[in-house]
Design a protein around this ligand. Sequence first.
Ligand SMILES: Nc1ncnc2c1ncn2[C@@H]1O[C@H](COP(=O)(O)OP(=O)(O)OP(=O)(O)O)[C@@H](O)[C@H]1O
Length: 590
Amino acid sequence: MSVEILTTDPGLTAAPRRSALRRLLRDPQAVITGGLLLTVLLLGLLAPLLTDHGPNDASLDAVNAEVGTPGYLLGADQSGRDIFARLLYSIRTSALAALIGTSVALLVGVSAGLIGGYFNQYVRGLTEWLFSLIMTFPGLLLLIVLMPVTDGDVGVTMAIFGVLLSPAVYRIVRNLVVAVKNELYVDAARVSGLPSSRILRRHVLVIVRGPIIIAAAFLMGSAIGVQSGLAFLGVGSSTVPSFGAMIAEGFRNLYVDAWQFAWPSLLLGLITASLVLLGNALRDALEGARPKPAKRRTSAMRTTVATVPDEDSSELLTVDDLGIAYPSPSGELHEVVRGVSFTVGAGETVGVAGESGSGKTQTAFAILGALPAEAVVTRGSIRLNGRELLGLSRSELRKVRGSVVAYVPQEPMSNLDPSFTVGAQLVEGLRSARGLSRADARQRILRLLERVGITDPQRTFDSYPHQISGGMAQRVLIAGAVASEPALLIADEPTTALDVTVQADILDLLRDLRRELGMAVLLVTHNFGVVADSCDRIAVMQEGEVVEVGDVADVFRSPAHPYTRALLGSILHGDTVRADPPVAAGSEVS
Ligand SMILES: Nc1ncnc2c1ncn2[C@@H]1O[C@H](COP(=O)(O)OP(=O)(O)OP(=O)(O)O)[C@@H](O)[C@H]1O
């Protein structure tokens, strides 16, 4: 079997980027705030063209000049400096503060986040320690204390502030990198020999791009706020025009001319609020378009046989070289199912047998498309009726689950919702699988409840799960599973949770239903007695692998694998069928 790995990182394609931009341009919040910020920035950049006054030019004639005074559009402060000119030049200071603070925070945070998230735990431990240390520094206080060193220079002060902001960026990037570094396309790039620096730049950085852009908007707001705060406190150079310094001066002169306080406050408020709102709009647009790391068990793994009909069309189900893994705490993938292959023919009952933890349920869940989100299908193929199931979308899998394949669980009680009556749950399941009317579905379920041996179907139909016994609950679930007449019924230890006296009845029922409905059954069990009783063929699993497959009669007569012999020995030499194998996995039996 060949496996086509989709190594194309969706983040690199132009389409998501275009749609994010389109979404952003359609968002009035983004357009208005972006437009405002651009206008303000333009005003700052064009300051020398827009005013004849310098930010520190003082004129005794203009002291506390009112708004609209000729030559002083917005008035003058108590030193006779043009407020309009000071506002324009303050925009430049804020823009510089935002640029330097944000750039340093992103440079330090992103680089460290990529390194800490991508490389081994020792590197991550070191970066964690370093950034935890930085976070303990009291930011504003440190900047004030360092003023004699920085000499009040906005650039140097903001560079230090950028380092203090970097842990926030580091954490975002590190978390994202840890989440994507085991994705198939990153593995594929690694296997193809690309150096780590290239993989980080090309495959990983693209994933963190969106969150970085969003963070940048908020970081700019913080940098402008802190720079203004320091100037308000009178820390730093008094010759540098700044909203903070203007607000402090206006505050002192509040009762003479309140506008001197109002203008810088309004403009600073407008800029920081716009940055926050723009950040929110960016989040909506970019996170909607951000490429989701491809799940190997869905979109990233497609076998080339997906559209090719099964070579042996008599097989209803073909599991071929299936591998399932889970990430360990260190991030490495650990395979719990390894290269599992077996088939189930139409109308056949196949037992998947093995001790606890051998991977039976994981295999069954993979066929059902119901593995937990953290599970990764590392290889293989699952074909049902010639159709590849790996790679199907959730909705396609739901359709298959409802109609072609059905499931009878191990714990009947915990699979019934205590808040609804038995009937309501069965009717809902059947209607979504078959699209029947409520009345038709109800009639069908009542007939099936009777068929599975429930003496008073109407009463059970109207009962809540806690009002029925475990054996009855299992009959109810079997009725629900076969209601849509599936081609394959997967029963996972269907008798384990039941009273011994009920177990045989349930197995008889499954056998009868299989014959009546012509369906195949995949019976997951650790009990060889159940296999002997109900199955045509058997696949024996040990530690995630199928060690033997064959007709039940053949395997029972002459088991080829020592593990099978060990398991059989426990039945043949014991008086009763034992629930668990008596010997350690893999031990030889003479
Ligand atoms: N969510 C998970 N995360 C990590 N490992 C898991 C997870 N689920 C199952 N496993 C591991 O997968 C292996 C196979 O489990 P599985 O449930 O398929 O075994 P089983 O043969 O069905 O056993 P049992 O009869 O006890 O259910 C086990 O070692 C189990 O620890």
